[in-house]
Design a protein. Structure first.
Length: 226
């Protein structure tokens, strides 16, 4: 491949999911579902109710993070009194209500990509910093669970992205070597995690186009919103 930049996801996946690829691992928020904008809005409203202001810059920095890393980022910004658990839970509950009532928007390319992989007999998994119970519900509601052999949620690993643990666990559960898998990610932290795991990764930008460091880590970049 002479050029790592693609104009659409299907072409990028088709190019990289060759005979050497045995499994594809998907992130969820911002990759399968167009949820990052919605969750940012709901978190901003929740935080405002508790006396805090959320900036887009901080939210973008948090993309892909979970657990202690996300907690530390927010506490460093807002101080030890910031009600991290309460705000996170209330914002997630708001998103769940939206998912249940009006539904979450599936990214336009996802059905085609999943069908392509199904036709090629390539196994799929989801590895998300979001708790697996939420991931499963969102996928069930969108009738997408049938495409995925396993779901790895953020609670399954001690270290969140950009550490490689969640992707390595996904490979273990799928029974494939990391270099025989492929990751689809929207966030810089997610790309860093896949790269650290030794898994080729396609970056599909959502809220932020990747920096040069992350571009260099990616096997392919889809030039959305560039």
């Amino acid at each position: 491949m002479t050029d790592k930049f693609f104009d659409n996801v299907l072409d990028a996946v088709s190019c990289l999911a060759d005979k050497k690829c045995e499994a594809v691992i998907f992130d969820m928020d911002g990759l399968i579902f167009d949820t990052e904008h919605t969750f940012m809005e709901q978190l901003a409203v929740t935080m405002k109710e508790h006396g805090y202001d959320l900036s887009r810059e901080l939210y973008v920095e948090s993309l892909g993070l979970g657990g202690d890393k996300l907690r530390k980022l927010m506490m460093d910004e807002y101080g030890e009194d910031y009600p991290f658990d309460i705000c996170s839970r209330e914002a997630r509950n708001r998103l769940t209500v939206i998912a249940k009532t009006v539904g979450l928007t599936v990214k336009a390319y996802i059905p085609q990509v999943l069908e392509l992989l199904k036709e090629r007999g390539i196994t799929c998994a989801v590895a998300s910093s979001t708790k697996s119970s939420y991931v499963k519900k969102y996928l069930d509601d969108a009738d997408l669970s049938k495409y995925f052999r396993c779901i790895i949620g953020g609670e399954s690993v001690k270290r969140s992205k950009p550490d490689p643990d969640i992707f390595l666990l996904a490979c273990k559960n799928l029974g494939v070597e990391p270099n025989k898998a492929l990751v689809l990610e929207d966030s810089e932290n997610g790309v860093r995690a896949a790269y650290a795991a030794g898994i080729p990764v396609i970056c599909v930008p959502d809220l932020k186009y990747p920096c040069q460091e992350v571009i260099d880590m990616s096997a392919a970049i889809v030039s959305l919103r560039h």
